[in-house]
Design a protein around this ligand. Structure first.
Ligand code: GLN
Length: 609
């Protein structure tokens, strides 16, 4: 097993995770099998109890692990399936060591950070690195380890110490350290400054780690004299200094690495030159170019609670992007704070109310993502009602499905006090209830989590067709509440179709309104399994419906798994071969807040937006 360790210096938010994933992509393109480990030095056992508002989304794995969103990047970029143990936290390591101490495994010894914690970290890495994650048998060739945080953080010290020991333990030729740093540009003189990188490399060396490769994040390509300075002060050969300048979309990053021969430098350090082939990245090149060429917008209103930080819904946004690129449109996400849609806002902040409703009404499709707690629920219900009554394509994910059910009960079935027990534990009409197996005392890891099977109940529904007429699908879950099974017959006779259920037939997984152009709600989170080039079926359905392509898509499902054929004209416009009869609604307003495509690295401060 060969290891590539990726550390970060100077500031956080440099896109270290995307850099590490992209290194994996290039190595995979050289014919190597790649796995990855993310180290998060915080004390939480896992990301499950952390607020997506502060920390970004909680990513869910097949095995039910609630992990850092960077594992989502690895899964998407490398098309792998990771396990909960691929995310190491200080909490997990200490818990492991303290359990051993209580069992008496260290009997007689003083248990210390060095060697007990540092040994536990190394053992963990070696154990997890060999777990196959790409569907093949046997261990991968290379394990990319990303150390979260920035060099110098107090809480990452035991990991740095452990990784220093580890590099000796695995020996030269098996360990490559890539340090990602920032080269800022001073606006006054426009000069690229190397001092922050020099300092962070010095810090790294002081802690016993020597970088083999320097990846410099900068707005522009590094000037030659800047590279010169870096190699003088950081003792890294020129061939091993890579610039990651701002690019128009995230899929360019592996190409940037390849163009600068980062793979050759890494393969040399890892003694893999004889084994690897030239990187094959045609698919990535095509996708990156296609994404840049798309200009015809599809507007999706994302009605949620955490609208300030796009990372809070990262996988949903990526899944929308994958589907939009497959339909050859340009994604425009309008973030609509759900509270702004509520009547109270009309009185307290009429401008915000008006702006929110304008965004919702200007959207081609509406998405209500997962969420917890009762804040903004009324606004989400209003969004679902608007979509249902106005035939606007709607996708409700987890909470987004539950609120669609509540809205249906209130508006269509006239059950005015219908509610979820999550928002009103004493509701007289609980159409969403607490699941019997849940815990009300322990929040961490007690939800219905991970991959569960959904069986289609009918074949003649949009969801089944979009999934390719399979009899079941496995998708990832993260919830405590579910549609009240006792009320299902009532709902069904009022016209709400439960087209997907679990193996018992008691748990509702997919709802649809058959007469609506596209009104789908799912108890699971399809966003976690979406991949570039293989968009999630229900996201593809939402986008296709939002740009008038759904009928064509359902008639010709062979296009579901393949990119839509077409070509890019000499002036950079994409000319699709099919779906030319799709209609496009007019767009008359500019959104207050929009995220257009994957504008990665576009922020002047080097912040991943
Ligand atoms: N809060 C809801 C539940 O626990 C929905 C969860 C979610 O959207 N992930 O069931």
């Amino acid at each position: 097993m060969k290891y590539v360790l990726v550390t970060g210096g100077v500031v956080s938010g440099l896109g270290k995770g995307v850099t590490a994933s992209s290194i994996g992509v290039v190595l995979k393109a050289c014919g190597l099998r790649v796995t990855s480990i993310k180290i998060d030095p915080y004390l939480n056992t896992d990301a499950g109890t952390m607020s997506p508002f502060e920390h970004g989304e909680v990513f869910v794995l097949d095995d039910g692990g609630e992990v850092d969103l960077d594992l989502g990047n690895y899964e998407r970029f490398l098309d792998i399936k990771l396990t909960r143990d691929n995310n190491i936290t200080t909490g997990k390591i200490y818990q492991y060591v303290l359990d051993k101490e209580r069992r008496g495994d260290y009997l007689g010894k003083t248990v210390q950070v060095v060697p007990h914690i540092t040994d536990a970290i190394q053992e963990w890495i070696e154990r997890v690195a060999v777990i196959p994650v790409d569907g093949k048998e046997g261990p991968a060739d290379v394990c990319v380890i990303e150390l979260g945080g920035t060099i110098g953080d107090i809480e990452s010290m035991p990991f740095i110490e452990a990784l220093g020991q580890f590099s000796y333990h695995v020996g030269p030729g098996n360990f490559c350290l890539v340090h990602v740093s920032l080269v800022p540009v001073l606006n006054v003189v426009g000069e690229q400054k190397t001092k922050p990188t020099q300092h962070s490399v010095r810090g790294l060396r002081g802690l016993g780690l020597t970088p083999n490769i320097l990846v410099c994040r900068s707005a522009k390509v590094l000037d030659e004299n800047v590279k010169e300075k870096l190699l003088q002060f950081c003792h890294v050969p020129a061939a091993n200094i890579i610039t990651l300048n701002d690019v128009t979309n995230i899929w360019h990053i592996p190409l940037l690495l390849r163009d600068q021969k980062a793979h050759e430098a890494i393969l040399k350090i890892l003694n893999l030159q004889g084994v690897a082939r030239q990187p094959k990245l045609e698919e990535w090149t095509d996708r990156a170019k296609l994404c840049d060429a798309l200009h015809d917008p599809v507007r999706i209103a994302m009605v949620g609670k955490y609208t300030g930080l796009s990372d809070s819904y990262l996988s949903v946004w990526k899944a929308l992007l994958h589907a939009t690129v497959a339909c050859h449109k340009k994604l425009v996400v309008d973030w609509v704070p759900s509270t702004d849609l509520e009547d109270d806002t009309a009185k307290e902040a009429p401008d915000a109310y008006k702006a929110a409703w304008n965004l919702l009404k200007g959207a081609d499709g509406i998405l209500v993502p997962g969420g917890f707690g009762d804040r903004g629920v009324q606004g989400k219900i209003l969004a679902a009602k608007y979509a249902r009554e106005n035939n606007v394509p709607y996708l409700g994910i987890c909470l987004g499905m539950q609120i669609a059910v509540i809205e249906f009960a209130r508006s269509v079935m006239n059950l005015r006090d219908a509610n979820s027990a999550e928002f009103d534990p004493d509701t007289r009409t609980p159409c969403v209830v607490f699941m019997p197996e849940g815990s009300k005392t322990h929040m961490g890891g007690t939800m219905r989590l991970g991959s569960r099977r959904t069986y289609f109940q009918v074949t003649d529904c949009k969801a089944a067709k979009l999934y390719g007429n399979v009899s079941y699908v496995d998708e990832r879950h993260r919830h405590r509440y579910e549609v009240n099974p006792d009320m299902v017959p009532e709902f069904e006779s009022a016209g709400l179709a439960f087209v997907g259920k679990d193996e018992t037939g008691k748990r509702m997984e997919i709802i649809e309104l058959p007469a609506h152009p596209y009104f789908v709600g799912v108890q699971f989170h399809p966003e976690f399994k979406s991949r570039p080039g293989q968009p999630s079926a229900l996201f593809l359905g939402l986008i296709a419906a939002s740009c008038g392509q759904l009928d064509a898509l359902l008639q010709n499902p062979s296009h579901l798994s393949k990119p839509i054929p077409g070509r890019i004209s000499s002036n950079g416009v994409f000319l699709p071969k099919v779906y030319q009869n799709g209609h496009q609604k007019g767009h008359t307003h500019m959104p207050a807040k929009s995220l257009v495509n994957g504008n990665y690295y576009s922020n002047a401060n080097g912040v991943h937006v």
